[in-house]
Ligand binder design. Sequence first.
Ligand SMILES: Cc1cc2nc3c(=O)[nH]c(=O)nc-3n(C[C@H](O)[C@H](O)[C@H](O)COP(=O)(O)OP(=O)(O)OC[C@H]3O[C@@H](n4cnc5c(N)ncnc54)[C@H](O)[C@@H]3O)c2cc1C
Length: 374
Amino acid sequence: MVVVERRHVGAGASSRNGGQVLTGLKLDPATLVAHYGDTHARALFDASLESMATLEQIIADETMTCGYERTGHLQAASKSSHFDGFREEQSLLARVFNHRVELVPAGDQFGELGSNAYHGLMVDERSGALNPALYVKQLAEAAVRAGAAIVAETPVASVSRKAARWTLTTSRGPIQADELLVATNGYTTSAIPWLQRRLVPIGSYIIATAPLTEGQSAALIPKRRMVFDSKHFLHYFRLTPDRRLLFGGRAEFTQPTADTTARCAEILRRDMVAVFPSLAATPIEYAWSGNVAFTRDQLPHAGRLHDAFYAGGYCGHGVAMATYLGTLVARRMAGERFDHPLFDDHFRAIPLYHGTPWFLPIAGAYYKLLDWLH
Ligand SMILES: Cc1cc2nc3c(=O)[nH]c(=O)nc-3n(C[C@H](O)[C@H](O)[C@H](O)COP(=O)(O)OP(=O)(O)OC[C@H]3O[C@@H](n4cnc5c(N)ncnc54)[C@H](O)[C@@H]3O)c2cc1C
């Protein structure tokens, strides 16, 4: 097996994400049930739990040291009506998904989150955290131990298929293959035009503070859980093992450049101080950005299209899911036949879209309006 990577291992989202290993999918449980009915919604949600179990198994089997911990996660209600929504979600999760979460009303939330910015919390003990750069590096090392060759700094310019053989045209010459898996996700280029028409890259931005004191960090997130809020334009944050606060979000619906990253870092710093006023004078030491890939139905997809295998569209929930769908696609490439709720050999393209997301400013304005209204 040969992995061809345009830059270096983890150059895409996998080394630069927030490292939150979360239960569930981008679509909340009520939307899953409304769109797909109880049984299919349960199967989709269960896929997220299976993805976490797969990730944990690989970390254990390969004795990886990537800081994986079952920290649990908090979802923070940005409005009091959102906490009412959490109550409904708690009973739906129990009834349809057999999944238990706890609610913490605003008056008690300081035991979990040192902020007055929220109206109560939903706590899910199952979620976890890791250091994504260490994880992707050690995943690549495990792949090499298992016999894979990784060819870095080698962009694929195009792919073609003749007489049941693939030819990849790369900057270092052609590569022939019997089977092809495209896993370029938010970094898909016109080398694979049919996948580009199905995945919308959207920037996600992160800042990291200077290391905090033990007292400061314990006051912010005492149990070191992963946190995100209940808005469409959401914030996600966590403490790192070296006690920085890492604070991220889709500060704008744009694609990352040096300019948008600098601008979004300032927006995120302002938002972080609104959540944690005690950090007003704390220096921001790092700011970075990356692409997440959205799909039309906000679900990940994997399967076979145009004779190639593909997996992607994790909508910002890909740390465990990309690994998991990778293992499932590999089994299918090896000839195994099975059904899976995220497998889709008929994944449809987005109408009027060819890789330039002209509609992002409109979508951004729409979601800002939804956040303001609800
Ligand atoms: C800022 C940020 C924060 C995030 N936070 C979280 C989080 O906390 N939790 C979570 O679950 N998910 C999170 N995500 C999402 C998660 O990181 C991704 O879903 C996941 O890493 C996708 O992995 P992947 O291997 O499919 O894609 P990637 O890691 O993006 O890899 C795709 C690779 O394809 C290569 N490539 C593209 N085109 C070509 C070509 N033509 N030739 C050769 N190589 C090519 C790219 O260079 C890239 O390295 C976040 C993403 C970002 C950007």
